[in-house]
Design a binder for this molecule. Structure first.
Ligand SMILES: Cc1cc2nc3c(=O)[nH]c(=O)nc-3n(C[C@H](O)[C@H](O)[C@H](O)COP(=O)(O)OP(=O)(O)OC[C@H]3O[C@@H](n4cnc5c(N)ncnc54)[C@H](O)[C@@H]3O)c2cc1C
Length: 320
């Protein structure tokens, strides 16, 4: 049987570092992490959270073996460890280390509760890409091909992915990055090529005026995209309806959005290796990201195959 692209890694919490009011970096350590694969900059992993049932280290019921997933799903709620999705912010497989930047958003979810009380030395299990596998992990979505204009937008949950994406961009990359975070002090230092502008927006902090999730992000991206589309049409840049050189399929650019159920988390990514023109990567709270995607695709006529959009979480809905 082929070895699957992901597997469970046994780790321990190494350092815990508060980067800002809402970002906490955890370095996970373990010999097994020497086999960690890291295929793309927005590589996702799963963090298995300990049960707080007073039973040992909180992983006493977590199944082992090849069919751990089926066994885990069959467990009763009170014995099923919560599993949440995160991004590899950085990794040093040679040293058996992996960093994850957690957003601390209060006590509404098991991951956020855990980060508030996590301790160095604590046992943790991660599901992550296995470099020794026969199959690729497939768990990453940044596929700009050789796009000439990049639009990257996300909220705090996408900041780790965006940070890693920016670090691996070529020096001559061109584009704009928009990031929304809870507090002005959550604007982290990022390394970006000179041709890529980075703008931060904040919701005024915990004590400040409460802004709608994604409100500033949507407004800023819309303004930028409207101006950009205007220029693209005028100059004939690939991928926008009305552009003289738009690489539209015979039946016109694909602007239709898929029909989705109300509670479905939105996720649509183009095929890799689209050449030239425009490429957008949008990730964060599902409603805000959907609004942005709709504006690009429906409003401005951008070919949907040039827009990767990922609902990383949904307000009022727990993952899993
Ligand atoms: C591919 C991918 C990569 C991701 N990478 C990261 C990452 O690197 N760092 C990171 O912090 N998150 C990341 N996320 C988002 C993270 O998985 C969710 O925020 C997750 O819901 C957190 O789990 P929880 O147990 O804290 O809350 P849940 O139990 O899932 O949710 C409980 C409640 O909290 C709300 N909630 C969830 N997240 C937030 C939030 N950030 N702010 C405010 N309210 C929230 C939910 O709407 C719900 O009402 C990623 C998600 C995906 C899909």
């Amino acid at each position: 049987m082929a070895k699957p692209g992901y597997r469970v890694f046994e780790t321990a919490v190494g350092e815990i570092r508060r980067l800002s009011p809402h970002f906490v970096r955890v370095t996970f350590r373990g010999d097994e992490l020497r086999d960690l694969g890291w295929d793309g900059p927005d590589q996702r992993i799963k963090v298995i959270l300990p049960l707080g049932d007073g039973d040992g280290d909180g992983f006493g019921h977590f199944p082992t073996g090849d069919d751990w997933f089926g066994s885990w799903r069959a467990l009763p709620d009170e014995r099923r460890n919560p599993i949440r999705t995160y991004t590899i912010r950085d990794a040093r497989p040679g040293q058996g280390e992996l960093d994850v930047d957690f957003v601390a958003h209060g006590d509404s979810g098991p991951a956020s509760r855990w980060i508030a009380r996590a301790e160095a030395g604590e046992r943790m299990l991660l599901i992550a890409p296995d470099a020794t596998a026969d199959e690729p992990s497939g768990g990453w979505e940044w596929h700009p091909g050789d796009a000439s204009t990049l639009l990257i937008a996300g909220d705090e949950t996408a900041v780790p992915a965006v940070s890693a994406i920016l670090e691996q961009l070529p020096d001559d990359a061109q584009g704009a990055v928009f990031l929304e975070v809870p507090d002005a002090a959550d604007a982290l230092e990022l390394r970006a090529p000179a041709g890529v502008s980075v703008q931060w927006f904040d919701r005024g902090g915990d004590a400040g005026p409460v802004q709608e999730y994604g409100g500033c992000l949507v407004e800023a991206v819309r303004t930028w995209a409207d101006a950009w589309a205007e220029t693209a049409r005028r100059d004939g840049i690939d991928g926008v309806e009305g552009s003289p050189v738009a690489a539209a399929p015979a039946d016109g650019p694909e602007t239709e959005l898929p029909a989705l159920a109300e509670d479905e988390i939105l996720w649509e990514v183009p095929e890799p290796a689209r050449d030239g023109g425009f490429y957008a990567w949008l990730a964060g709270e599902a409603t805000a990201i959907t609004t942005l995607r709709r504006h690009l695709v429906k409003g401005l006529g951008v070919d949907r195959k040039r827009v990767a959009f990922m609902g990383y979480w949904k307000l009022g809905r727990a993952e899993g």
